[in-house]
Design a protein around this ligand. Structure first.
Ligand code: IPE
Ligand code: IPE
Ligand code: MG
Length: 246
């Protein structure tokens, strides 16, 4: 085991790691169904996987991790399922405040937070404020996040500035849009991992993923282990990123 670990360390040290990883945490429902359990049990198991993988990414030196936890389209699900997911967020946020006092992880929330209740908003803000001066990995939790919604918000902000004569139309460029989306000042994701085998973005980081490498993995999120992440990292290191060049 020790030898295996040492070998793994060496192999991860030898490759170029992505600076920013995105993960679409998908497959909780199917995982539960396979076991004859309610979908909510899949979300509970998925939340545990999230804790382990976030810690692992921080341990191996990833600088930014963005996890897709709840999309702007996920409200379509039965109320019971949505409520169970919101309860899990709350539990995580309370835990993050009390247990991670000495942690180095910077926690941020991306998405439209205007729909959240006051107590949820307070927890979000407390997590962000308490962790903002830390020097470790930035963990973006995408909650009520939609890539299109994010772009609409940015366009509205920019349009208001033009209307107020703070900007002119000729100032609008890709850089300005990047500065007005939720991930402003962060690098774009280098690698996006989607467990559960689905070949689609489902509205995740649409603007930021223009040149991200995708790794679709045939494992359901609750079964996702650090070994799966290693596999994605090794796969990523073999990719030839050209960004439109040759
Ligand atoms: C991802 O798992 C979690 C959320 C979307 C909140 P799913 O609940 O989508 O699981 P599947 O895709 O139905 O298996
Ligand atoms: C994407 O998964 C959203 C999250 C993982 C939070 P979905 O399960 O909602 O995506 P679709 O419906 O399969 O495209
Ligand atoms: Mg799904």
């Amino acid at each position: 085991m020790a030898l295996f670990n040492r070998q793994k360390e060496i192999s991860l040290k030898d490759i170029e790691l992505p600076e920013h990883i995105g993960i679409i945490m998908d497959g909780n429902g199917r995982w539960a169904k396979k076991r004859g359990l309610p979908r909510t049990a899949g979300h509970t198991a998925g939340a545990q996987t999230f804790r382990r993988i976030a810690r692992y990414c921080s341990d191996i030196g990833i600088k930014y991790l963005t996890v897709y936890a709840f999309s702007t389209e996920n409200w379509k699900r039965p109320k019971e399922e949505v409520d169970a997911i919101m309860k899990l967020f709350k539990e995580y946020m309370l835990e993050a405040i009390s247990d991670f006092q000495d942690d180095s992880i910077v926690v941020k929330f991306i998405g439209d937070r205007s729909v959240f209740s006051d107590d949820m908003l307070q927890l979000i803000e407390k997590n962000e404020n308490d962790s903002k001066d830390r020097d470790g990995m930035v963990l973006n939790i995408a909650m009520n996040y939609g890539g299109r919604d994010e772009i609409v918000h940015a366009v509205k902000k920019i349009a208001q500035n033009v209307k107020d004569d703070k900007l002119s139309v000729s100032d609008i460029n890709a850089q300005l849009i990047s500065e007005n989306i939720y991930t402003a000042s962060q690098p774009d994701p280098d690698l996006i991992i989607r467990p559960s085998g689905e070949y689609r973005t489902s509205n995740f980081l649409l603007w930021q993923s223009a040149y991200s490498e995708y790794c679709i993995m045939d494992v359901l999120w609750p079964d996702f282990k650090s070994e799966h992440l290693d596999k994605a990292l090794i796969e990523y290191a073999k990719r030839n990123r050209r960004f439109g060049g040759i």
